[in-house]
Design a protein around this ligand. Structure first.
Ligand SMILES: [Zn+2]
Length: 199
C-alpha cells in the first residue's frame, strides 16, 4: 500500500514538474485586419476586406465552442482602427496569433489562399502556416498559393504568428463566396481544425 502511495506521489510530482497535470485551453488570438477608416481592399460589388474578416473572426469565436481545447481572443470586435500595439495588448496571454486578411489583384482572374509568415520565422510558425493552409484551401476549394515570407509587424511577437489571406476581393467568384455566411462558416471551421491539428 505504502509503495503504491509513494508511486502515485512520484507520478503526481513528475506531472506537476512538466506542467501536464492541469492542461488549460490553448489561447488563440484572432486578429481581424484593418478597421475604421482603414478599409483594406475593396473589390467586386464593394466587398470590403475589413468587414468580411471581422465577420469571420466572430464566426471563429462562435464555432470555437465545439473545440473545448481552444479559447479564442479577438483583437478587434467592431469596426474601428487599432494600431499594432493595441492589437498586441488585446492578444495578451495568447499562445498563437492569427491575423485575417483578404487579397487584392489588378488581375481579376487571380484567386486562392496564401499564408504569410514574418521574415525569420521559426519552425513552429511554418508548421502552423502549413496546417492552416492545408485545411483552409481544402474547405474553400480554392487554389493553394503557398506560404510567403514578408517583413510583417507580427515578427514582434514571441509566439507563432501568421497572416492568413483568405481570398481575393478582386476575383468575382471569390468575392461573391466571401460575402456568403455559409462560406465564411466553412472558413472559420477549417481555421479551428488547422489550429487543433497544429497542436
Ligand atoms: Zn489586409
Amino acid at each position: 500500500m505504502r509503495t503504491i502511495y509513494l508511486g502515485l506521489l512520484l507520478i503526481i510530482s513528475v506531472l506537476g514538474a512538466v506542467g501536464v497535470s492541469q492542461p488549460g485551453p490553448l489561447i488563440i488570438a484572432i486578429d481581424a485586419g484593418h478597421g475604421g477608416d482603414d478599409t483594406g481592399g475593396i473589390g467586386i460589388d464593394t466587398v470590403t476586406e475589413k468587414d468580411i474578416v471581422l465577420q469571420i473572426a466572430h464566426l471563429i469565436a462562435i464555432e470555437s465552442v465545439n473545440f473545448p481545447t481552444i479559447k479564442i481572443l479577438l483583437t478587434r470586435r467592431d469596426d474601428r482602427y487599432l494600431s499594432p500595439g493595441e492589437r498586441l495588448a488585446n492578444a495578451h496571454g495568447a499562445q498563437v496569433f492569427l491575423s485575417l486578411h483578404l487579397d487584392f489583384s489588378y488581375d481579376p482572374r487571380v484567386r486562392g489562399i496564401t499564408v504569410i509568415v514574418p521574415k525569420g520565422a521559426g519552425n513552429p510558425t511554418r508548421a502552423l502556416a502549413d496546417a492552416l493552409r492545408a485545411r483552409v484551401t481544402k474547405a474553400a476549394k480554392t487554389p493553394d498559393l503557398g506560404t510567403r515570407t514578408a517583413p510583417l509587424w507580427l515578427r514582434r511577437l514571441a509566439i507563432p504568428a501568421v497572416q492568413l489571406n483568405l481570398g481575393f476581393v478582386t476575383n468575382p467568384e471569390e468575392a461573391r463566396k466571401l460575402s456568403q455566411l455559409a462560406y465564411q462558416q466553412r472558413l472559420a471551421q477549417a481555421i479551428l481544425e488547422g489550429i487543433e491539428e497544429f497542436f
